[in-house]
Design a protein around this ligand. Structure first.
Ligand SMILES: [Zn+2]
Length: 404
């Protein structure tokens, strides 16, 4: 198996990436290239801002004291990491990759428990602080231990913080549709979280107007259990005090299982979709379910990645996530885009850029504030200090900027 888990740059901001949060005063930021959205690239253009929002995209920029010339590089929307687990940041480069998913999960649980909460929080804080310097301005953070919400708030990071649940019960998640950070809930996966708990969480988040997140169709154990062919997973659940005898599994895929439970829909974010049938993709498209892919993590843990061209062919709009530093070398979306470009050369640069920007903002329910540089969006953008000689090279430069 090829490992894409290269140590060395995990928490390091990139000096060529400048994260710009404009103030409330009217101002204009210009650059040689401006990527308004994946399909609109302007030359010698600018972004006008006021009151914390973008007010106009300027084809030509007048000179004046309120104009900041960022330089000969590229102004673009902040990148969106739609799925990560910051509280596993302390496990960076500690776990065995390439030896199978179940040994990795066992090693993860052992290492996480032995490190303790303060070490997990310390590393997560470093990871959060590095995000803007890696070009990330919006996140979907999934937390099992509940350690990372305040870290994101302290950093002023925008996004959705998901408290993740496994097993059974009827917990009381602290739900809040706020900005910059909402609090929502996630079910871990169809084979680890009881159907009643999944339905309950989906119902609670739906009523609060929040996105619900869940890992779907990732591991072989999940696929076999939902199909009704995994006695050892059944026994494992029993050992953990969870009796799955009434779970409606059997002759289903994880996607059809969730459809039957009423979990799919436009406010659900299905993460991974590594093992899906064409009929699953049709269901996801018909229900307008949000999708997030984590290709580097999938490659490291399962030695395969999702069929991205098949998703795009059905007009699904996948977001990108990195998963955690326990299975991926960095939380950089530049690196994730470069990896997709490397393994899927048939996917267009615009589609890859959309995955890391527009699609991610939509998947997290924040398309009105992030994803493109359009009037009304937050006055936040990144400037990439890199030279490009022609318009048709701009996106290629951006999506290949990272390393994989
Ligand atoms: Zn995950």
């Amino acid at each position: 198996m090829t490992s894409y888990n290269t140590p060395g740059k995990t928490f390091v901001p990139d000096p060529r990436i400048q994260y710009i949060r404009a103030g409330n005063e009217p101002a204009v930021f210009k650059a040689k290239w401006v990527i308004k959205d994946p399909w609109t690239i302007l030359e010698n253009a600018g972004i006008a801002v006021a009151g914390g929002r973008i007010t106009a995209v300027l084809d030509t920029v007048p000179s004046g004291p309120s104009v900041t010339d960022c330089g000969p590089g590229i102004l673009m929307p902040p990148l969106v990491n739609a799925h990560m687990h910051l509280e596993l940041s302390a496990l960076a480069h500690r776990l065995p990759l390439g030896k199978g998913f179940e040994p990795w999960v066992k090693a993860l649980l052992t290492a996480r428990d032995s490190l303790g909460a303060s070490a997990l929080i310390r590393a997560a804080r470093h990871a959060v602080q590095a995000l803007p310097g890696q070009g990330t301005g919006l996140v979907g953070e999934v937390s099992t231990l509940g350690l990372t919400r305040s870290l994101l708030t302290d950093q002023g990071m925008a996004g959705v913080w998901f408290q993740e649940y496994l097993g059974t019960g009827y917990p009381a998640p602290d739900l809040a549709a706020d900005f910059p950070l909402s609090g929502s809930a996630a079910g871990h996966a169809p084979h680890t979280t009881s159907p009643d708990l999944l339905k309950y969480l989906k119902n609670r988040t739906q009523k609060a107007g929040l996105v619900f997140s869940i890992h779907v169709a990732e591991s072989d154990a999940e696929m076999r259990f939902i199909k009704g062919n995994n006695r050892s997973w059944h026994d494992f659940l029993i050992q953990r005090g969870i009796d799955p005898k009434d779970w409606p599994v059997g002759n289903k895929t994880p996607v059809t299982y969730l459809k039957d439970l009423g979990i799919l829909g436009p406010h659900t974010l299905a993460v991974h979709l590594l093992q899906v049938l064409d009929t699953d993709l049709d269901l996801l498209a018909d229900t307008q379910t949000g999708i997030c892919l984590c290709p580097r993590s999938n490659q490291n843990l399962h030695n395969r990645i999702p069929d991205i061209p098949a998703l795009l062919k059905r007009h699904l709009r996948p977001a990108l996530g990195t998963d955690s530093l326990a299975s991926c070398a960095s939380l950089s979306l530049f690196d994730e885009m470069a990896f997709v470009r490397h393994l899927c050369p048939e996917v267009s640069p615009a589609d890859i850029f959309a995955m890391a920007t527009k699609n991610g903002a939509s998947a997290l329910g924040l398309a009105d504030r992030f994803g493109t540089l359009s009037p009304g969006k937050q006055s936040e953008f990144i400037y990439l200090d890199t030279g490009v000689s022609s318009r048709n090279q701009v996106l290629e430069k951006v999506i290949c900027y990272g390393t994989c």
